[in-house]
Design a protein around this ligand. Structure first.
Ligand code: CTP
Ligand code: MG
Length: 235
């Protein structure tokens, strides 16, 4: 295993950023929308580039020529080794395309949503550290605060026991071999919403670490308001 002299082996981070942001409403692709004056993607990549464990950030950009060019332009101003590939029609496809473009030297990979723009660097380090410590698949999770019920139409069919449920975040961390194997076995017609799901589908274990409230995914206009408030408090 290659190591950087005097320090731990670095990880590559894949950043799926090719989504349209339909739930955010009409406008540019979500990763390119502004939060506190900078695109969501820039917030996310800045944090990743500042994480001591991270050696490379590979962004899956909105697949049209304008999207790729815009992401290239944004990354040129950021520190660290950052690269761009055109993303795909699903998140799963975007991750697979970025994974295929990773240099051979990286044996550990994180996958981190551009939409989780305010994720703290400590969470990135915790996930990378758990993979480095020997866990082949690691995800950050939080307990579920709301009562959860199953429904059929507008009728409740069951109240689900919340105590064993967790809400899942990114970055998710993997050995590169396992992530590649999981994506190779994935069904492109029924794409998974996270990468750990593909590992579970292989029947292999996924380890959890504590997530962070500020790693929430910006999905709706309300989430953007929340993110602006988090950013103001930080500044
Ligand atoms: N993503 C991607 N490629 C896709 C779809 C999604 O890289 N074809 C990325 C998004 O850019 C985002 C992450 O996956 O960073 C999580 O997806 P989501 O929150 O669903 O973002 P969007 O797909 O952009 O939003 P929406 O589903 O509301 O359109
Ligand atoms: Mg989506």
């Amino acid at each position: 295993m290659s190591t950087v002299s005097g320090s731990a082996e670095k990880v590559a981070v894949i950043v799926p950023a090719a989504g349209k942001g339909e739930r955010l409403g009409p406008g540019a692709p979500k990763a390119l929308r502004a939060l506190g004056g900078s695109p969501l993607l820039v917030h996310a990549v800045r944090t990743l580039a500042a994480a001591p464990s991270v050696g490379l950030v590979m962004v899956a950009a909105p697949p049209d020529a304008a999207g790729v060019a815009e992401v290239q332009r944004l990354l040129a101003d950021l520190p660290g080794d950052t690269r761009v590939v055109a993303g795909g029609a699903s998140r799963q496809e975007s991750v697979a395309l970025a994974l295929a473009a990773l240099p051979a030297q990286y044996s550990m990979v994180l996958v981190h949503d551009a939409a989780r723009a305010l994720t703290p660097v400590d969470l990135v380090e915790a996930v990378a550290g758990a993979v480095r410590a020997g866990a082949p698949a690691v995800i950050p999770v939080l307990p579920v605060a709301d009562t959860i019920k199953a429904v059929a139409g507008d009728l409740v069919t069951a109240t689900v026991d919340r105590s064993s449920l967790r809400a899942v975040q990114t970055p998710q961390g993997f050995t590169r071999d396992l992530l590649a194997k999981a994506h190779a076995a994935a069904d492109p017609h029924a794409p998974a919403t996270d990468d750990a799901g593909l590992v579970e589908a292989l029947g292999l274990p996924v380890r959890t670490v504590p997530g962070h409230a500020e790693a929430f995914k910006i999905t709706t206009p309300f989430d953007l308001v929340l993110a602006e408030a988090v950013l103001r408090r930080r500044r």
